[in-house]
Ligand binder design. Sequence first.
Ligand SMILES: *Cc1c(COP(=O)(O)O)cnc(C)c1O
Length: 394
Amino acid sequence: MSLDLARIRAETPGCKSVLHLNAAGSSLPSQRTLDATLGHLKLEAEIGGYEAADKMRGTLDGFYPSVAKLIGAEPGEIAYVENATRAWDLAFYSLDFKPGDRILTCVSEYSSNYISYLQVAKKTGAEIVVVPDDRHGQIDLTALERAIDRRTKLVSISHIPTQGGLVQPAEAVGKIVNDAGIMYILDACQSVGMMPLDVKQIGCDFLSATGRKYMRGPRGTGFLYARTRSTSHIEPIFLDNHAARWTGDNEYAVIGDAKRFENWERYFAGVIGLKAAADQATELGMDAVWARLRELADGLRVRLKPLKGITLTDLGTTQGAIVTFAAAGADHTALKMALRSQDINVSVSTQFSSRLDLKGRGLKDVMRASVHVYNTEAELDRFVKALEAAYSAA
Ligand SMILES: *Cc1c(COP(=O)(O)O)cnc(C)c1O
């Protein structure tokens, strides 16, 4: 099934005002998602927040199957969480680490996750092991296999880093990790909504994602997947009267499914908006979306490659929708702002978000242009022209 590109664009209100190449930061939502979100905010204002939630109960409950479907999970394996970092934290901080336990991760790991490893290592005496990259710049699977030993408690990687086109071989990692009987957390913040995902094939125990990036949902939304088979014994680090029942004066019982990772209060309009976005992604078809995104991203790389002073900085054998590059001698942030003044949105990824990767490659920062289904080849042409002009003026 191919995408109706003209229709996708017509149904994305932001396309009228900006040339948006920042889906990896926060993408443009569709009119349908916007209507779903605003509709609920309006209903809350009109009839009261609790009453609006009661009235929309069916739609709110529909969040779980809608998100589950997108990643091949069961509805009971999904928790609504306000963003990807918190979703990831809920999984990671719910694990018990002892002195000498080893956490294996990858070079391109996201900063917030790595800061959490450092904190837990400091508190518990657990050790962090960074598995080296292979010659393509992705996690070296042989090195991973070799690094796993009796003390290895967790393998935790980012599927697609925030700072580039790299797609880690999550499924091959899953096979190794599952064979070793170790816990596997996948930060899929950039990959959900960008590419087809099947958690059963990947074999991860937890997966975290955000709403606003490739899912095209509202900001302040996200979710956690927790595999029933391997995580149902794990008690969340936080409990409240939604995640557990106060069953006796001195007793509580944690609820059975992944909702135990949620808390009671949440952004209900966001839940409804994210459900709409997930449904839309499923309807478009993730195979078609992924094919189109690679076509656009490869097209952008082809356009950028011959430009004098520009170096592409994406790694990996399979490259996704995030295109990064360096402009020699230029201040990337100034370039970004020069483009912003023409309503062209790109971003700059710095060592602040992935220290080991960028520092290791001698890059202070990289420019990031991340495409989505509403972008066109004509926009890529216009972007490249504007970039060249801004670069030569810099
Ligand atoms: C953006 C990002 C995050 C953080 O997501 P939030 O929703 O901002 O918490 C985590 N991991 C990766 C790889 C990201 O790109």
